[in-house]
Design a protein around this ligand. Structure first.
Ligand code: ZN
Length: 308
């Protein structure tokens, strides 16, 4: 049985974001039930050993809220977290690694382009490579991450390229991993080897291509990029000058948005993830939330657990 815990559902900054007074952030400040930490999930096939998909800056808070990820009873130093799989190099996907620096062994799995970013930023050297291995993963090559003793966890992960951008802070700069080729934005197919059940994790996606549609058709569960409701919502709200596309994210709504382009694909359960605090679908009473839910999409609360 594959267990998945949504540690956080929000995009960079979370909801509320520290410097934001938009309608969603205002409501989230006054109603704790609307708060959401930055996007990450935890997965396990045996309930004892867990892997994180991305390590958000809110990781410490997420671990406090998630008993499954806390040290086992009676152990002085221990963590059930065996590894972290990174799907991109954005701050909201990698900064949580810095909270995992106290000497416990685990492995970081990421594409060479994302590993090059960690290598180029010496602050990540707090993760001593004696304890924390860094393993490159390849596009379209399934791998099985390892438990700290080297045993297989029963989970197979297939990384694949999705349309996206390099991390925002690299815009206009030389990428430490080179500017050629894919690898900055990954989707993952995660499969329980014992049952064959699988799901998809795609927290950033700039374009739903025909290839992606056929890949996702019939999937029992997908987590998908829900950053913005509409492409220009940050500009319309006066929050900034970035469009969703400019940040490498499609919208929930519209002709090229996730709701429309992923309709009719016989997907069992559709869950939005990486939802920006500007996105009105975060508010349960909003018309946008109702449209998303009527189309079969879920906006998960932090801590939601799903089993496959
Ligand atoms: Zn806001």
């Amino acid at each position: 049985m594959l267990r998945v815990v949504v540690l956080g559902a929000a995009a960079g900054g979370g909801a509320p974001q520290w410097n934001c007074g938009c309608p969603v952030c205002l409501e989230a400040r006054s109603d704790p039930g609307l708060r959401s930490t930055q996007a990450s999930i935890a997965i396990s096939a045996d309930g004892d050993h867990w892997f994180l998909i991305n390590a958000s800056p809110d990781l410490r808070q997420q671990l406090i809220a998630t008993p499954q990820l806390q040290p086992a009873a009676g152990k002085l130093r221990h963590s059930p977290i065996s590894g972290v799989i990174l799907t991109n190099g954005e701050v909201d996907a990698v900064a949580g690694l810095l909270s995992m620096r106290e000497g416990s062994p685990f492995t970081i799995y990421a594409h060479a382009k994302v590993l090059s970013i960690l290598k180029a930023n010496s602050i990540f050297d707090v993760l001593n490579e004696k304890n924390v291995r860094r393993q490159a993963i390849e596009l379209d090559q399934a791998f099985e991450p390892a438990l700290p003793d080297g045993a297989p966890p029963g989970i197979e992960i297939l990384p694949f390229a999705v349309a996206g951008k390099s991390a925002w802070y690299l815009e206009g700069k030389v990428h430490p991993g080179g500017d050629d080729g894919a690898g900055d934005t990954l989707g993952l197919r995660i499969r329980d080897k014992a049952t064959g059940k699988h799901f998809y994790f795609i927290a950033a996606c700039a374009d739903v291509t025909d290839d992606l549609r056929s890949r996702l058709a019939g999937a029992p569960l997908i987590f998908f990029d829900g950053t913005v409701w509409r492409d220009d919502e940050l500009i319309l709200a006066g929050l900034g000058n970035k469009t969703g596309q400019g940040m490498g994210h499609i919208s929930m709504s519209g002709d090229t948005g996730a709701i429309k382009t992923l309709a009719g694909l016989d997907i069992g359960r559709k869950v939005f993830l990486h939802i920006n605090n500007s996105n009105p679908a975060l508010l349960p009473a909003s018309p946008e939330r109702k449209i998303a839910e009527r189309a079969g999409w879920q906006i998960p609360a932090d801590g939601t657990e799903i089993t496959l």
